[in-house]
Structure formats: structure tokens, C-alpha cells
Design a protein around this ligand. Sequence first.
Ligand SMILES: Cc1cc2nc3c(=O)[nH]c(=O)nc-3n(C[C@H](O)[C@H](O)[C@H](O)COP(=O)(O)OP(=O)(O)OC[C@H]3O[C@@H](n4cnc5c(N)ncnc54)[C@H](O)[C@@H]3O)c2cc1C
Length: 380
Amino acid sequence: MVGGESEKRKVVVVVGGGVAGALLAKNMQFDADVVLIDPKEYFEIPWACLRSMVEPSFAERILINHTDYLSNGRIITSRATGITESEVFTEDGQTILYDYLVLATGHADPTPRSRKDRLEQFQQADPTPRSRKDRLEQFQQDNATIKSSSSVLIIGGGRMGVELAGEISVDYPEKKVTLIHKGPRLLEFIGAKASNKALKWLKLKGVDVLLEQSVDLDSITEGERVFTTSAGKSVSADCHFVCVGRPLGSTWLQETFLKESLDKSKRLMVDKNLRVKGRRNIFAIGDITDIHEIKLGYLAQDQAAVVAKNLKLLLKGGRESKLATYKPAPAMAVVSLGRKRGVAQLPFTAISGRLPGMFKSKDLFVGRTRKMMGVGPRVV
Ligand SMILES: Cc1cc2nc3c(=O)[nH]c(=O)nc-3n(C[C@H](O)[C@H](O)[C@H](O)COP(=O)(O)OP(=O)(O)OC[C@H]3O[C@@H](n4cnc5c(N)ncnc54)[C@H](O)[C@@H]3O)c2cc1C
């Protein structure tokens, strides 16, 4: 028989519509029957959410409905809850068969929230606003909270806490910002020189940075305005944002046959072709993998490109020896400090000021990412 049923297209299921999964689904949609599973109806550019908290209209460009770039695929707006060697199960009770599976569930929780909001979110089955409209509304609410507060406490001095402190101190210089971090230096994922440059800049902006101190999140009550640190210091703040403990999106895999493929940090162990070790038809990309490099979106996109190439080869019946390989990247990252400045970790040094700011801080790679996703630079 020529054509027809004997040439039924293979099903590629992508779990997670974040930076890596969304791009992969887009790139595969005309080569296979693509199914994208994500609890949200939209793809969010995660590193641009902090700007959206001080300028909610910015969020219009960072939230892209999955339907805008995936015209030839099936979108399931639900959370994956389990898998077998040929099926994925979702929270809303669906079972989806796959020929190839790509796991891209990076992080489960994209945004800084107040302690109360976080508790409420995690008590819900689905912590992230499902619709783009609700997410836009959330940015409006965050902005209203910041605007109506004279003082803001940020808990956690990783990239999320530091970038949020930068955004608030630049856009609202009259507000008292305190940043508490339990480690000995900010931005521990990059070098000490870069950390010190960020610390110096924040202090110059009047941000009170308290290192080697923490706040017991469980002790924070609703409407709390005085926070006691582990060192016994009292910090007054009209509102607070928790920027610690972003959960990795691999919890749902821990009860599946892939639990043996998770390393000590609960990341999926992959081979050089980005297949889950020992699996021939299951790939993993992005922050969820155990690749030894800084976890970054542009690297997750590079991994999506490698896997798209590999899937296309396998779908055409190509030889496994021809699979493309992924090489871990050298340490390079830019942390934005408000709208014009930044600090960059380069392979052998760190720089700060306007140069890294020009690279990232103005548009936060939003135009570039929208282009990559095949949508226009502006929302029409
Ligand atoms: C403040 C900050 C600044 C950053 N700055 C930069 C930068 O300048 N440049 C850069 O390249 N990178 C930057 N990053 C890193 C970048 O955001 C991540 O590396 C990137 O988002 C990883 O992509 P991912 O697809 O692996 O995961 P994510 O983008 O986290 O996407 C995961 C997706 O999986 C979904 N998901 C989770 N669980 C499930 C489930 N059970 N079922 C179905 N779907 C699920 C989520 O809803 C989400 O859509 C920054 C990160 C932060 C926090």
C-alpha cells in the first residue's frame, strides 16, 4: 500500500512549554504529529517577568499564547502527572500515546510571590495562572502592591531576587528596598567578582543587602510588616517577595520508571545526544537536565535545536550513529541591574555597567525571543 494509513505520522509529545519545549514543539510541528503539554495556555519568557512587575504593559510581549506559534500541533493545557514507556498521563485525566517523548519541565514556579500567595498557589492543583489574561492581571496586582508600598523586602539573592531589586530600585528610587540572602554572597551561580559588582551597584542604589541571614518563611503571617532575620535583626517592609526555592519541574517523574534516571539533584541524566541515559526514544532538554553548565534559556534553546535535528533524523529512519551531539557551554551569563546596567560573567572575568546592560537590560532579549518563536516583535 502506498501512502495512507501505512505512513501514519509518528507522535512526538513535548512535556513543558517553556523556553526549550515551546521552541522544540514549534520546530517539529511540520515533521510529526506534535502534542505539547503545558499547564498554561501561553509561553512565558521567564527572565522578563521582573520587568513586568514594575511595568505591567511589558508583559504583553513576554506572554505568547501557544496557539500563536504552534499552528500545526495539538496543545493540551494540563500538567503531566505520569508516564509509561509509551504514554503520558495528565492531571485532567487524558492519556497520550507517544513514539518520541521530550521532557522539558524546567521549573514549576516562574515568579516571585508573597508568602501568602505562594501558599495559596501551591494548595491549588495548578500554581500558575492558566490563561494569559490572568497572568497579565497578576502582573498588574504585583505592580499595584509595589506602588502602594514605601518599603519592599526581597527574600533571596539569586538572579531573581537581584534582578527584582534592580528593577524596583531603578523605577522606584524613593522606595526602601531590603534584600536578604542566606549565603555569603549574592548570585552564587556565577563567580565572586560578578557577585561583588552586583552587591556594590545595589548598595549604591540604596538597597540594604543583608547577607548570611534568612527569614523563616513559615513564620510569616498575612499582612506581616516586621520580619525578623536569623541574626535577630528586624526589617520593616510594607510588602515582601519570596525569591527562593523555585522548584525543579521533575517532582512528577519521581514516581515513574524514570526515577532511576534522576540524579541526586533530581535532574534527568542525559547522554551526549540529549537522550535520557539508556532510553532510545526519550529526550530531555533545558533546566531539567544534568548537563554541567549554567542553566540558561539560550542554552536550552540550543539543546532544543539539537533534539529537533535528532528527531528529524530518526523520523526519517536515519542511523543513530549520525545523531547530533550537544557540548556543554563555557560559563557566561548576564544579570540585569535595572533598565540600563548589568553584570556579566564571562569565561575568565566579570564586567559590569552599561555594556552588559546594552546587551540584556533594555529589551531583555524579548524581541529576539519573539522572532525565534516566529511571532512579530509587537503584540497586534
Ligand atoms: C531571574 C532570571 C533571569 C534569567 N536570565 C536569563 C538570561 O538572561 N538569559 C538566559 O538565557 N537565561 C536566563 N535565565 C534562565 C532561563 O529562564 C532558564 O534557563 C530557562 O527558562 C530554562 O528553560 P526550560 O524550558 O528548561 O524551563 P522553563 O522555561 O522553566 O519551562 C518549563 C515549562 O514546563 C512547564 N511544566 C512544569 N511542570 C510541568 C508538568 N508537570 N507538566 C507539563 N508542563 C510542566 C512549565 O509550566 C513551563 O512552561 C534566567 C532565569 C531567571 C529566573
